[in-house]
Design a protein around this ligand. Structure first.
Ligand code: BGC
Length: 274
């Protein structure tokens, strides 16, 4: 019988994209949402100050809806279409250039008055797929690709993430692969599914030769249409569609937030008192 989630198992995940900002409270034991998901249009231009204001408002509404008081200890994890390191966003894909070299964790943490952790959007979504979704029972090397406006990538070795792989930008036939094989390229280049899939299949062959993965998981917009192109893929590695679909970014955000919170609690416990 399902039991009530413990407040220590709750974290907020935020999925920040070029067009929408989605968030929910997640029970990190099950990967299920607690309460409703909120979606807000991304401010245009998506400058950090405006985006953080939207996120702050969403977090306040989510916590209010739980009706459990202020819950200052509930952490927030945010997936961002950017390479991230030490809490800063280092690139900016389809978002304002104000995110370049921006101390995102610090600024978001100050604005929301709680622990905020940021990660690359594909890494975060991949984590959710590996923990709760299509990669759940697979050991070894898993490559999760998010196929949307761009190609996001997440590489896992026995469940452990190698962050910021950015292999959507590998060179393929003299081009940045993403320009040819993202979901957006299909409409931009006017390709039918077979034509698009043939380029995507070349891309998977390239990854297969370089990484020898045990599994490919395909997420993002195109994963909902997996049936339209599955038959054109010829790689030997098993290829499966993501199962958490639109929610992977939110669930993964909650996971990174909760993991950091746990790590910091352990660090505080073992650090000798100053
Ligand atoms: C970016 C990645 C991002 C992906 C999906 C790519 O263009 O370089 O950082 O994960 O798009 O949003």
């Amino acid at each position: 019988m399902p039991t009530e989630p413990k407040s220590g198992d709750l974290a907020i995940g935020i999925d920040f994209g070029g067009s929408g900002i989605k968030c929910a409270v997640v029970d990190i034991q099950t990967g299920m949402f607690v309460g409703d998901r909120i979606r807000t249009l991304t401010p245009q231009p998506s400058v950090p100050r405006e985006v953080i204001a939207v996120m702050g408002d969403q977090v306040r509404r989510l916590i209010e809806a739980l009706g459990m008081g202020e819950m200052p200890a509930m952490p927030v994890g945010v997936g961002i279409p950017a390479a991230t390191r030490n809490g800063a966003t280092l690139t900016a894909a389809n978002i304002d250039s104000g995110w370049l070299g921006f101390q995102a964790e610090r600024e978001m943490g100050l604005a929301m008055n709680r622990l905020v952790v940021v990660g690359n959007d594909a890494d975060v979504a991949g984590l959710a797929e590996v923990r709760f979704g299509a990669g759940r029972y697979q050991s070894g090397v898993i490559i999760v690709l998010t196929i949307g406006t761009g190609i996001g990538s997440a590489l896992f070795v026995d469940g452990k993430l190698v962050p910021n792989t950015e292999i959507g930008h590998l060179e393929m036939k003299g081009h940045d692969a993403e320009e040819r094989v993202a979901e957006s390229a299909r409409s931009r280049l006017g390709l039918n599914w077979r034509e698009w899939a043939s380029g995507f299949d070349d891309y998977l062959h390239l990854l297969e030769r370089l990484f020898w993965p045990d599994l490919f998981v395909l997420g993002g917009g195109a994963s909902k249409r997996f049936d339209n192109f599955e038959q054109y893929l010829t790689v030997k590695t098993p290829v499966v569609p993501a199962t958490l679909r639109n929610n992977a970014g939110i669930v993964g955000g909650a996971l990174i937030a909760h993991e950091r919170q746990q790590r910091e609690a352990v660090r505080r416990a073992v650090e000798p008192a100053l």
